[in-house]
Design a protein around this ligand. Sequence first.
Ligand SMILES: Nc1ncnc2c1ncn2[C@@H]1O[C@H](COP(=O)(O)OP(=O)(O)OP(=O)(O)O)[C@@H](O)[C@H]1O
Ligand SMILES: C[C@H](N)[C@H](N)CCCCCC(=O)O
Ligand SMILES: [Mg+2]
Length: 223
Amino acid sequence: MTSLFSPPALPTTPPRGVFVTGTDTGIGKTLASALLTHAWGATYWKPLQTGLAEEAGDTATVRHLASLPPQRIISPAYALQAPLAPEAAARQEGITLAPETLTLPNIEAPLVVEGAGGLMVPITSSMMMIDLIAQLGLPVVLVTRSGLGTLNHSLLSLEALYRRSIPVLGFISNGPENKDNQQSLERLGQTRCLFHINPMPTLSPAHVQNIAQYLPSFTDSLT
Ligand SMILES: Nc1ncnc2c1ncn2[C@@H]1O[C@H](COP(=O)(O)OP(=O)(O)OP(=O)(O)O)[C@@H](O)[C@H]1O
Ligand SMILES: C[C@H](N)[C@H](N)CCCCCC(=O)O
Ligand SMILES: [Mg+2]
């Protein structure tokens, strides 16, 4: 029976933050990032933003939902118009991306870095989002769907991370709560559910603040 690659050990020295990725685009990474950024007093960075022709962008969303002052926001390294993978959006705009030059900003506070889409999203013809995660060297928080279908998507994502020795702090389950799926992912994925996000009728700074106050601190999330 094939089993998942073994999860790499978490870093022994406290990491400078986390990389928030997910099993898909639209899975809830930005909402999860707003909650984490608020709960941890962290700084938020979305290095690669696409889709600005159709949306305000995740940076504006997190700034609003987490009530962030300007000093806790790092602007995207690349802000592209087409709602596509960075590689395709950049090609459409005639822009050459150089993701290999991306490094973590030199700041004290914990960093919450958000990816675009899921792990195998092309940034260039030779670099995927998962390669950027490895390059930045942060442990991962994986945002997953709570319901049917998540076991496949989440275990595929975890296996891809493990085989690249990328540490995973845990996953955030998003949608109607499903304890069976959470427990199956913890058991089969050899990881833990950091917390669950229920469907929120409205998204507001007050709602985010109300949930964030019950979330574990950055330090507690590392143990
Ligand atoms: N638990 C929730 N309750 C209510 N709305 C939600 C919830 N989770 C996500 N949403 C909404 O679903 C949409 C997609 O979520 P979000 O923008 O967080 O996805 P994402 O994974 O960050 O996408 P991208 O890959 O574009 O960054 C947003 O409009 C968001 O407000
Ligand atoms: C436009 C969207 N909101 C994200 N910014 C980019 C998602 C790219 C997904 C690519 C893919 O997996 O097919
Ligand atoms: Mg997002």
